[in-house]
Write a protein that binds this ligand. Structure first.
Ligand SMILES: *[C@@H]1O[C@H](CO)[C@@H](O)[C@H](O)[C@H]1NC(C)=O
Ligand SMILES: *[C@@H]1O[C@H](CO)[C@@H](O)[C@H](O)[C@H]1NC(C)=O
Ligand SMILES: *[C@@H]1O[C@H](CO)[C@@H](O)[C@H](O)[C@H]1NC(C)=O
Ligand SMILES: *[C@@H]1O[C@H](CO)[C@@H](O)[C@H](O)[C@H]1NC(C)=O
Ligand SMILES: *[C@@H]1O[C@H](CO)[C@@H](O)[C@H](O)[C@H]1NC(C)=O
Ligand SMILES: *[C@@H]1O[C@H](CO)[C@@H](O)[C@H](O)[C@H]1NC(C)=O
Ligand SMILES: *[C@@H]1O[C@H](CO)[C@@H](O)[C@H](O)[C@H]1NC(C)=O
Length: 595
């Protein structure tokens, strides 16, 4: 144990003595009151601890002691309880054969001493009733105005409120999980409480602190600790961060998108600083020729938007930031911006033309700040014909006329390319897309007939029939003519011919028109047909006309032959005189021939 142990024991003894001396005067030995703990709203059981030797429990008076005032609240006479009028009326009853006083609906006001007393005053048992209530979840409110690191005094960081607790809970503040303690000129914690009419307390604690730049992401929260009959507990608030203002030390420039830029891209140049708030910036570009720095126009957010970026935007850029608090100007490093480009693509000759069977060379040119790659593509199919600036075409066939595209691209900058289309014209007479074609038509309908011809020089088209013609250019050496016609019986008979011609010759397409039998069978119900045609029989006749023509011819021939034979027979009988040539006979003969 040693000397320190002895001193301890001595101190303890002194302590105990002084405590006893401070007890109620007159009472020789008043023991510590018995402790009973209960939560607000619950029921407290107050057991009268008098032994039978000390008194008869069928005769007991209960008192509440508050601020040195004793008040009779309950009597027990012959084992029967009786409530006294006052604040405890209706809340008290007896239990366990009258040994226990039951107090319901405990409130913070019941936090006091109760005594039970036998017939004589000396027979007294004291009970300390302690009342508890957990505070609500603490709410925290951060100082949204923020704190400057240059502030000379601690500034409010946040306020923590814990409502309706009993007794007043303890508050602890934390920063990044570490508890904060009072520190002169650095950390102040001011807590106050208000008592509600129901006796519960609302605690309000304000944390004030001086902050540094490192505190910009610091998480602050408060914790309430309190006691319940079950033991010690605590509740934590949410975490908050307070805006921290600090001057910038460095300014820099950011370009988006990152990586290689090309003409046509949308490019944003913005300035950034390591201060909070961001200082006002200006973006400055060095003039390529004069070498002077010139301020660029930025948008409202201080961002320079190049949309679309052009090769003229290439150059050296820098940012300037002005710290408003210290009025010092900060400057970023210069940054080189390169907008990669490909110039217009030029093909020579610009309008190539050639004879069938001869050769042709096409040349392609373009400029770029990067290495270029050239490709020749057939326009119609997209097929790659050659790599390199020159395209050689030998023994040209007329099918090889048409579009060729030179594509100049920069392999090192994806998507950077430009191209030029050139049309190769091959001399020749018109060439028809179709020599002849058949169309299924409906009589009296309006119809478009089309005819396409190609050749060099470009052919012109005329039609063999009347109608409104409409010409559309296809490729430079090709023309499409559309003729709008009404389908008449004459047109059905003749068909249509389209004649294309140029200085080297002419060519034709023949269009045959046939009645669409599917549609014709529906003509009887069609409103577009004229009334005469709506007659079912006449339509049928029309429909069968081509087939019946032969039958009619045969019938007529047969008739003529029969008549001739009949004539010969009649003549024979007439010559023989066997034929009666009276009126009635003539009539008979007429009747026969009309059969
Ligand atoms: C207590 O008092 C009652 C009457 O007042 C009596 O009937 C009872 O016997 C007494 N009990 C004791 C243990 O003295
Ligand atoms: C050419 O550029 C366009 C966009 O500008 C891109 O979509 C295309 O893939 C590029 N073609 C080549 C062959 O690089
Ligand atoms: C007319 O065009 C056809 C192709 O539809 C072609 O076969 C024919 O040779 C051409 N005639 C002349 C005289 O060019
Ligand atoms: C015929 O062509 C003209 C113009 O080319 C178009 O407006 C019309 O709709 C076409 N008619 C038919 C029946 O295709
Ligand atoms: C008639 O219609 C049928 C189906 O509806 C079709 O297969 C056929 O080709 C058509 N005939 C003509 C001559 O259009
Ligand atoms: C006849 O016309 C009607 C409506 O007008 C249509 O539903 C039907 O398919 C047509 N029949 C034929 C064979 O075209
Ligand atoms: C159709 O022809 C018949 C006889 O050929 C005639 O009786 C009828 O009136 C005609 N109908 C119309 C709508 O012309």
């Amino acid at each position: 144990m040693g000397r320190s142990g002895l001193i301890c024991a001595f101190l303890l003894a002194v302590c105990c003595c002084s405590r006893r001396a401070a007890g109620v005067p007159g009472e020789a030995e008043q023991p510590e009151p018995e402790l009973v703990e209960v939560e607000v709203g619950h029921t407290a059981l107050l057991k009268c601890g008098l032994s039978h030797a000390q008194g008869n429990l069928s005769h007991v008076d209960w008192f509440s002691v508050h601020k040195e005032k004793r008040m009779l609240i309950f009597r027990v006479r012959q084992g029967q309880g009786q409530s006294e009028p006052g604040e405890y009326h209706n809340r008290l009853s007896l239990q366990d054969k009258g040994t226990t006083l039951v107090l319901t609906g405990v409130t913070p006001h019941d936090d006091r001493i109760f005594t039970c007393q036998g017939k004589r005053r000396a027979q007294e048992h004291r009970i300390r009733l302690r009342v508890y209530k957990a505070p609500e979840e603490p709410s925290i409110q951060v100082n949204t105005l923020g704190i400057s690191v240059n502030s000379e005094e601690p500034v409010e960081v946040a306020t923590c409120v814990g409502r309706n607790g009993y007794p007043v809970p303890q508050v602890t503040w934390y920063k990044n999980g570490q508890s904060l303690k009072e520190e002169k000129n650095r950390v102040h914690i001011q807590s106050s409480q208000t008592e509600e009419s129901n006796g519960l307390f609302t605690l309000r604690s304000v944390l004030q602190a001086q902050v540094s730049k490192e505190d910009k992401d610091a998480q602050f929260y408060c914790e309430l600790s309190y006691r319940l009959p079950s033991g010690n507990h605590m509740k934590e608030s949410k975490e908050v961060t307070v805006p921290v203002f600090y001057p910038a030390e460095r300014v820099w420039l950011e370009v988006e998108p990152e990586g290689m830029l090309k003409e046509g891209d949308r490019v944003e140049i913005r300035c950034l600083a390591d201060g909070n708030p961001q200082p006002p910036f200006s973006i400055i570009k060095q003039n390529l020729h004069t070498r002077e720095m010139e301020e660029e126009r930025t948008d409202d957010n201080g961002v320079l938007v190049l949309d679309p970026a052009q090769k003229e935007h290439s150059g050296r850029y820098e940012c300037q930031g002005l710290d408003l608090e210290t009025t010092t100007s900060l400057q970023s490093d210069q940054q080189e911006l390169v907008v990669n480009y490909v110039s217009d693509v030029r093909v020579s000759p610009a309008a190539p033309e050639s004879q069938e069977g001869s050769s042709l060379t096409l040349n392609c040119e373009a400029e770029s700040n990067q290495d270029l790659q050239f490709q020749w593509l057939r326009e119609k199919t997209g097929k790659l014909l050659a790599k390199g600036q020159a395209l050689q075409l030998h023994n040209l066939k007329r099918e090889e006329g048409g579009g060729y595209r030179c594509l100049a691209s920069v392999p090192s900058v994806p998507g950077l390319n430009r191209s030029q289309l050139v049309n190769v014209a091959i001399f020749g007479p018109p060439w028809m897309a179709l020599r002849e074609k058949k169309m299924w038509v409906k009589e009296n309908s309006v119809l478009n007939l089309s005819c396409e011809a190609s050749g060099h020089p470009r052919p012109s088209i005329v039609w063999s029939i009347q109608g409104t013609a409409n010409e559309q250019d296809q490729e430079p050496q090709s023309v499409l003519s559309v003729l709008n016609v009404l389908v008449t019986p004459e047109l059905l008979e003749t068909g249509a011919e389209c004649v294309a011609s140029n200085s080297l010759g002419r060519n034709t397409t023949i269009i045959f028109l046939e009645l669409d039998s599917n549609r014709t069978s529906n003509l009887s119900t069609s409103t577009v047909s004229p009334p005469a045609r709506a007659n079912g029989t006449s339509t049928e006749k029309k429909l069968t006309e081509p087939e019946s023509k032969g039958v009619v011819i045969v019938a007529v021939t047969v008739c003529v032959l029969v008549l001739a034979l009949l004539g010969a027979v009649l003549y024979f009988f007439y010559k023989k005189g066997k034929l009666p040539c009276g009126r009635s006979g003539k009539q008979e003969m007429e009747r026969n021939t009309s059969i």
